[in-house]
Design a protein around this ligand. Structure first.
Ligand SMILES: [Zn+2]
Ligand SMILES: [Zn+2]
Length: 468
């Protein structure tokens, strides 16, 4: 019984009648308030009466306590739960049935009060077990999963009312409603879906059951796949990039050929689209361990990534086959390897990893030095700490500040007249192009300053990412 329900009904009528006519929300305010106060007092007295009566009734498992529980309409499930009679191994409704039979043997006149319209403990939720289980089975239909978790949402009023009732009528130590209902739903569903496991953490499906609407919501948790990608061709961004003109809305525009994308491919689209197809996912997200510029290749062992496949219908994927089909479709563009199952925690791990990186950089500079002198000057950067003011090219999206990054080593210096190339290993977050051209003096020291000339970067490749 909800003490507020009458008040709610009154308010609904009051609002409905007022709505169509010229409605003055303040007109009835004074009488309405007075009425409410009177009603409240009456209800409060009734509530108190109920309590004092209950105090005179012995609690379960006393026979008169059990008889009272039956009289007020307690269902077999709840009777099995609150009677305080333990019959090892038997389901609650069977225990309840026996308790009821015994009580009827003692007093054949015992019957349920006529005013009772549902079990006062569970509000007849246990009678709906089959319906609830069927709704769950429907909600997860067509989804591959084994680990599932159940959450139940009760109205606060129901939980509070049940607790009061249990503390006054039930045997000491009776299990709470929520835990009992949860167990009952789980075993009913398990009969219909053999092979599933109910878990308390990291489910593949999170079910939420609402006791008020009997509605079931199934949240299919994402599937995460870890791998490394090598980017073999320049001009491919790491993630999808909506068209600048139409922002990807309304099916694209003329400048993006109706794709909604600024670039026809991205690492994300090349890697994730075959994954979405084979898993039946609804969408994807791509998490890389850092990213290279669009015009930079990524070679060596490649860059670690985690692909997140949302709401997948299938989880058992042939990763070897998937790798092959991704690599075949993206031939000469990208290549992935080392695909394995991952999890959300690994997304944070790769996002937070500050891996040193090696680059190959090639540039043009009209210097006046001998090859030996050029080599010595570039080599002198090895072990130096750079001071890098936020580059002009990223200033629109990053705060203007000075970063300190260490050049770990310099190798393989190659000098072909004005074209010079070298490998550099440096700390995560180093602006490598700026290390060469100095960004008008914003990076210090720099190759341009050491060679006393302007330097123009011709190409840059990520040679390796030094992560596990
Ligand atoms: Zn019940
Ligand atoms: Zn467009």
């Amino acid at each position: 019984m909800n003490p507020d329900s009458e008040e709610d009904d009154d308010w609904t009528k009051y609002a409905d009648t007022g709505y169509t006519s010229s409605y003055d929300p303040w007109a009835d305010m004074v009488p309405a308030t007075e009425l409410e106060e009177e009603e409240f007092d009456e209800e409060f007295e009734e509530f108190d009466d109920e309590h004092s009566t209950r105090r005179d009734i012995p609690r379960c498992p006393a026979p008169s306590g059990i008889e009272n529980a039956i009289r007020i309409g307690t269902c077999n499930h709840c009777l099995g739960r609150v009677a305080g009679v333990r019959i090892a191994g038997d389901p609650l409704q069977i225990v309840g049935e026996r308790v009821r039979e015994k009580a009827l043997e003692r007093d054949s006149d015992l019957k349920v009060d006529e005013e009772t319209d549902c079990c006062p403990f569970c509000e007849d939720l246990f009678r709906e077990l089959d319906l609830i289980a069927n709704r769950i089975v429907t909600a997860v239909g067509g989804v591959e999963f084994t680990k599932v978790q159940l959450g139940i949402h009760f109205s606060k009023d129901h939980v509070a009312a049940e607790e009061v009732l249990r503390s006054t009528l039930a045997a000491t130590g009776s299990r709470p409603l929520k835990a009992t209902l949860s167990d009952a739903i789980q075993s009913t569903v398990a009969e219909k879906l053999p092979g599933i496991t109910w878990v308390k953490e990291r489910p593949e499906i999170m079910l939420l059951f609402d006791t008020l609407t009997l509605g079931v919501n199934a949240d299919i948790r994402a599937l995460f796949l870890y791998g490394r990608y090598r980017k073999l061709e320049r001009g491919i961004p790491q993630t999808r990039w909506p068209c600048r003109a139409c922002r990807g809305r309304d099916g694209g525009c003329e400048s993006c050929n109706g794709t909604g994308q600024q670039y026809p491919f991205s690492i994300q689209s090349l890697v994730c689209e075959p994954m979405v197809e084979s898993s039946g996912a609804s969408s994807d997200a791509f998490h890389g361990m850092g990213r290279e510029d669009i015009d930079v290749r990524c070679l060596g062992d490649g860059r670690p990534f985690v692909a997140e496949l949302k709401s997948p219908l299938r989880r058992t994927l042939d990763l070897e086959k998937l790798t092959k089909s991704i690599n075949k479709a993206a031939e000469n563009q990208i290549e992935i390897h080392g695909l394995r199952l991952s999890n959300r925690a690994e997304v944070s791990r790769i996002k937070e990893t500050k891996a040193e990186k090696s680059y190959t950089i090639r540039f043009n500079g009209d210097h006046g030095f001998t090859d030996e002198e050029v080599s010595t000057r570039i080599q002198s950067l090895s072990g130096k700490v750079l001071e890098q003011q936020t580059p002009q090219r990223v200033a629109h999206r990053r705060a203007d500040k000075i970063r300190k990054r260490k050049v770990v080593s310099i190798d393989n210096i190659l000098i072909e007249d004005d074209e010079i190339q070298f490998d550099v290993r440096c700390e995560s977050g180093t602006y490598v192009k700026e290390l060469v051209h100095s960004d008008e003096g914003r990076t210090n020291p720099s190759v341009a300053a050491l060679l006393e000339t302007d330097c123009e970067v011709i190409l840059l490749d990520v040679k390796d990412i030094h992560a596990d």
